[in-house]
Design a protein around this ligand. Structure first.
Ligand code: PHB
Length: 468
């Protein structure tokens, strides 16, 4: 199913719009529409910019951590998810209604989603997928046409229940209902999604109606009396501009400033005046104003009286491709860098009964190398990864050192932790005895582990990330 791309902006930008920001956002949107990766030459063709300009923009975005450059390709990188998170946090719908949507999916054993209107389209802000042989794969950030989807019909027609009978895709059927805020306005639509192999639309409607009505009533009572904000939240992301590499400093600075205007929104600051935005970002009012004008022009920000808020179009900046990921994919560039740095085999594993199962591995090519393939299993007792995954007491903070898994090998491992601090995977280096040292390799492992944790945490804030 090709993603529906957002309508392109046809009005010329206002005179005060920030050109490097417009170009940087254009590159991010094109990468999003291409599901996360494009060759630089393709990006030049798609944006109509000179290849040298595209190279410079991508070097700037790479410097800021939002894009990864790999030979001729540019790919979206997890830190960009902070932009989507700012919108989703400010909206509060995933946080407040997500758990109720999850429960509905469990009760009905069907996929359930939450969507909001985005111009003529709808955009998903929460997805609970059931794994099935015939499975649909819309993710948070994906769009569907408003007049060709169940949530779209809910928003367009104001009906209490709308049906999608294979409007989007042959075999795909859905039933959607509006969820209203305390003022009576529709905040989002909740959909139950199934397949013609399981239901016809009439039987789906009959099967889900009661549970859907109950769920909507619960959602509306949560919206009417939302719980206070809890817990510390990541502050506005500060983006450094040191060590410019191939990118021009002025461009880095204006892109970094511009993006900090998006990431300064959160649940505690869903709508702000220009002065508040300038205060939270540390930007001069004039700078913040120009960034806001640029975003308004592109449809990422809307103004209501004196306050500005993010629109669902913010999710067109990377969200869907970055949510279609797994921990091994998030870790891959970090594993490659670590293997290169140590000149050894490094990998990730997860618990599997009395075993640990390898989920990712990068091994340098040489005559004698460690041969542990993805999917292979080793006894948990005999590996450092096994100790880490079992929470065994470790000789140094976060570091397990073990002989084995086979004679002549030794391994070192550190935990990879989810947002709640639970160990979900182990990162190891495994080498021939006599090579390396626990001290030097321990530091490298801990640094890499922290970098993988950070990418996992920013990605997994509002979307589930499978650990394998
Ligand atoms: C979905 O959540 O994947 C979904 C929802 C409503 C539709 C189609 C798909 O009409």
């Amino acid at each position: 199913m090709p993603p529906v791309s957002s309508p392109s902006v046809t009005q010329p930008p206002p005179a005060e719009a920030v050109t490097p920001l417009i170009r940087g956002l254009d590159v991010l949107r094109r990468l999003t529409d291409a599901d996360g990766t494009l060759a630089l030459a393709e990006l030049a063709r798609a944006t109509g910019l000179a290849r040298s300009t595209v190279d410079r923009i991508c070097a700037t975005l790479a410097h800021l951590g939002f894009v990864r450059l790999d030979g001729r390709d540019a790919s979206l990188a997890p830190p960009l998810m902070a932009v989507a998170n700012a919108y989703l946090d400010a909206l509060r719908v995933p946080e407040l209604l997500g758990p109720l949507a999850d429960r509905l999916a469990d009760d009905l054993d069907e996929s359930v989603s939450l969507a909001v209107p985005d111009g003529p389209d709808i955009r998903f802000v929460h997805q609970v997928l059931r794994r099935r042989a015939l499975s649909i794969s819309f993710r948070v950030g994906d769009t569907l046409p408003g007049d060709g989807s169940a949530p779209g019909l809910v928003f367009r027609d104001g009906v209490p229940l709308a049906v999608d009978d294979q409007l989007v895709e042959p075999g795909l059927i859905a039933v959607a209902a509006p969820v209203r805020g305390p003022g009576g306005a529709v905040v989002c639509a909740v959909s139950v999604v199934s397949h013609t192999s399981r239901h016809g639309v009439a039987s789906l409607r009959a099967a889900v109606r009661g549970a859907l009505e109950t769920c909507v009533a619960e959602m509306e009572s949560v919206l009417a009396d939302p719980p206070p904000l809890t817990g510390p939240r990541p502050g506005p992301r500060s983006v450094g501009a040191a060590g410019a590499g191939g990118a021009g400093l002025a461009e880095i600075v204006s892109l970094a400033r511009g993006l900090s205007v998006l990431t300064c929104f959160d649940a505690a600051h869903p709508a702000m005046t220009l002065s508040e935005i300038a205060g939270r970002t540390g930007l001069a009012r004039a700078t913040a104003r120009r960034a806001l004008l640029t975003y308004q022009h592109l449809g990422h920000v809307e103004q209501n009286g004196r306050t500005f808020r993010l629109t669902p179009r913010v999710l067109a900046l990377g969200c869907a491709p970055l949510s279609r990921t797994t921990l091994p994919r998030i870790a891959a560039p970090h594993l490659a860098a670590l293997s290169e740095r140590l000149g050894e085999s490094v990998g990730l594993s997860v618990p599997d009964g009395e075993w640990v199962r390898c989920t990712a591995r990068v091994t340098p090519r040489r005559v004698m190398s460690v041969d542990i393939g993805v999917g292979s299993r080793l006894p948990a007792d005999a590996t450092a990864a096994g100790r880490v995954l079992r929470g065994a007491p470790l000789p140094a903070p976060g570091l397990a050192v073990v002989d084995g898994p086979e004679d002549g090998l030794w391994s070192l491992a550190v935990p990879v932790r989810d947002l709640d601090g639970r160990t979900v995977s182990a990162l190891d280096v495994t080498a021939h005895q006599g090579r390396g040292s626990a001290d030097a390799w321990g530091d490298a492992l801990r640094e890499t582990g922290a970098a993988i944790d950070a990418d996992l945490h920013v990605t997994a804030r509002f979307v589930p990330v499978p650990v394998h």
